[in-house]
Design a protein. Structure first.
Length: 178
């Protein structure tokens, strides 16, 4: 009886967690422009920012994976992003360095990332390795939390405007495979 009770409680806890992190997302309403992206990410450096809540607002919907990635990698992308980014309660996009109170925003199309042109040299390497797994030529934003007056800090890449909302697919080469 105790084992059954423990299993029932554990199942309830797990299902509750899945509901919190796997269901509908309260999406921010910012335009799909560079200015909209800037306003969106500035919320992460506001005093008292709830990094986890802000992060979860950028969780892609199921159809976002299907719009962003080629069909063959959608299931593995969903599984890997969910288990490593969206489900762990400690996972959040946030400033990591002390005093990182400002945000720099960069934008590059997938083509620019492949050719290392425009602002692409600021991005982490890896997009060229998986570009063929991303549909179209989306503009991919990277935001960087920095100390005032500095140009290097904590980077978060993979912000895209997709299906009429903002979503994050950070460092996709770490999460998709053929």
């Amino acid at each position: 009886m105790k084992a059954f009770l423990k299993a029932t409680v554990l199942t309830g806890v797990v299902l509750g967690m899945v509901g919190c992190y796997g269901g509908d997302v309260d999406r921010p309403d910012f335009p799909g422009t560079k200015e909209g992206a800037k306003e969106l990410v500035k919320r992460f450096v506001e005093e008292g920012a709830d990094y986890r809540a802000l992060t979860l607002q950028l969780k892609p919907a199921d159809e976002d994976y299907e719009t962003y990635f080629v069909e063959s990698v959608v299931p593995i992308a969903k599984k890997n992003y969910y288990s490593q980014i969206w489900f762990p309660p400690e996972s959040a996009f946030k400033p990591m360095g002390e005093g990182e109170t400002e945000v720099l925003l960069f934008d590059a199309t997938l083509e620019e990332l492949q050719n290392n042109t425009g602002q692409a040299p600021r991005y982490p390497e890896g997009y060229d390795q998986i570009a063929h797994l991303i549909k179209g030529n989306p503009t991919i934003y990277m935001f960087e939390f920095v100390r005032p007056g500095e140009t290097e800090g904590t980077k978060h890449d993979g912000l895209v405007y997709i299906n009429d909302h903002w979503a994050m697919f950070p460092s996709p080469w770490r999460f998709v495979e053929e």
